[in-house]
Ligand binder design. Structure first.
Ligand code: MG
Length: 403
């Protein structure tokens, strides 16, 4: 058995070339860390980011990339300047980011652009049949059926980078739907897990940014505090693993050690555990089906001594129910849900909205959309039209809330 595994998994392991979309963000920097630890295994073709030109240029040089793209069209000259003499080609604007995703050189494209800006570049990578290590939630939340259909049509592999979905992927092991009783994602519960409804009314931006277990970007940290992140992840799991809403669940696991559980029809439950460090799921997506070394700390259950689980409080944290109702209504409802959340979180991050108003606005936008009739999403244009409309509605609700 072990000899066979060795032969299958470790012989001749070819070099894999990687492109990182969203290179300067939290996921992108962790990808770079894994890549740099395995120069015998990975090289980098292209890096792309939103507007952080200095970090992008220094990453491009450090990773020996061939191409760097900055999404902000105003930053083209600055990027060129920063890369001058390096021999690294560069481009600016959304077209340049799509070009980075479309270059044939990369076997794996890491899709780690935050938000709807990640849709077109990730789809470009899918359409050329690349392996896509997907960290961008919006691809599946805004246009999941379309992305999965395109991946199947073009022979692209979508591997999850998110810790919960990586855990499901590992615990599911390709099992068909009829063998699965339930797939349960875990949530840390965020910084407000034990806060009363009254205290939540007064929660500040600083309180919300103080995540107990994970170190992440601001948007996803706020989404963890509202549990919107778990709502988005349920929708992602629905598409990634073709799971109906009734077979999806959430449990709070405050230590963030158990990342997901798959309950089978025979009563067995397979869980994936590990320290909360994004480099573990990243390494799994980049190396699959092999497992590669990472500096992720070993899990010491005896030292940890206890793992807690509790049901999410759906009254204080309505996000999961809103996400479930959007999922049941269909593609356009989840796109509207996501757009409303982006607008509400942006308003909260700039102190134009109170914490509890995020869920209220997302709930109201989603309800209005469902009431007006949810529809299938067959293209990026469809998704963007729903996105624009929901943003407008959410923007109006933010204005009316009066901060
Ligand atoms: Mg996650």
């Amino acid at each position: 058995m072990s000899a066979t595994r060795q032969a299958v998994f470790w012989s001749g392991s070819p070099m894999r070339t990687i492109t990182i979309l969203g290179a300067t963000g939290s996921i992108g920097r962790n990808v770079a860390d894994i890549v740099e630890r395995h120069p015998d295994r990975f090289s980098v073709d292209a890096v792309a980011s939103g507007n952080d030109v200095d970090t992008l240029a220094s990453m491009a040089m450090r990773l020996n990339a061939s191409f760097a793209a900055v999404a902000d069209p105003q930053k083209g000259a600055a990027l060129k300047d920063a890369l001058s003499g390096s021999g690294i080609a560069s481009g600016a604007g959304e077209g340049a980011v799509i070009e980075a995703a479309s270059r044939q050189e990369a076997d794996i494209v890491v899709g780690a652009i935050v938000g709807a800006a990640g849709l077109a570049p990730t789809l470009a990578a899918i359409r050329r049949g690349a392996r896509v290590a997907l960290a961008n939630k919006e691809c599946l939340v805004c246009a999941g059926s379309h992305f999965m259909a395109e991946a199947a049509r073009c022979g692209a592999e979508i591997l999850p980078v998110d810790s919960e979905h990586s855990a499901v992927f590992q615990a599911l092991d390709g099992s068909p739907l009829e063998r699965i009783r339930e797939v349960v994602l875990t949530a840390s519960g965020g910084p407000f897990r034990k806060w009363s409804a009254d205290a939540l009314e007064r929660a500040t931006l600083e309180d919300a940014l103080n995540h107990p277990t994970w170190s992440m970007g601001a948007k996803v940290t706020i989404d963890s505090a509202t549990l919107m992140n778990k709502g988005l992840e349920l929708i992602e799991a629905h598409h990634l693993f073709a799971l109906p809403p009734q077979k999806l669940g959430v449990v709070i696991q405050p230590q963030s050690i158990v990342h997901a559980l798959v309950a089978y029809v025979d009563g067995s439950v397979v869980a994936q555990l590990g320290m909360p460090d994004m480099r573990a799921p990243i390494a799994y997506a980049l190396g699959y089906p092999e497992r590669i070394d990472t500096p992720v700390a070993s899990l010491d259950l005896a030292a940890l001594s206890k793992l807690e689980f509790e049901a999410p409080d759906r009254r204080r944290f309505p996000a999961i129910d809103i996400a479930m109702s959007a999922m049941e209504a269909g593609d356009s409802a989840t796109a509207a849900f996501n757009a409303a959340n982006e607008v509400a979180v942006a308003a909260f991050l700039t102190r134009r909205l109170r914490f509890v108003e995020i869920a209220r606005i997302v709930g109201e936008c989603t309800e209005r959309h469902i009431a007006s009739g949810a529809a299938a999403i067959g293209s990026l244009e469809d998704a963007m039209a729903v996105d624009r409309h929901a943003r407008r509605v959410a923007g109006e609700l933010v204005e009316q809330s009066g901060g």
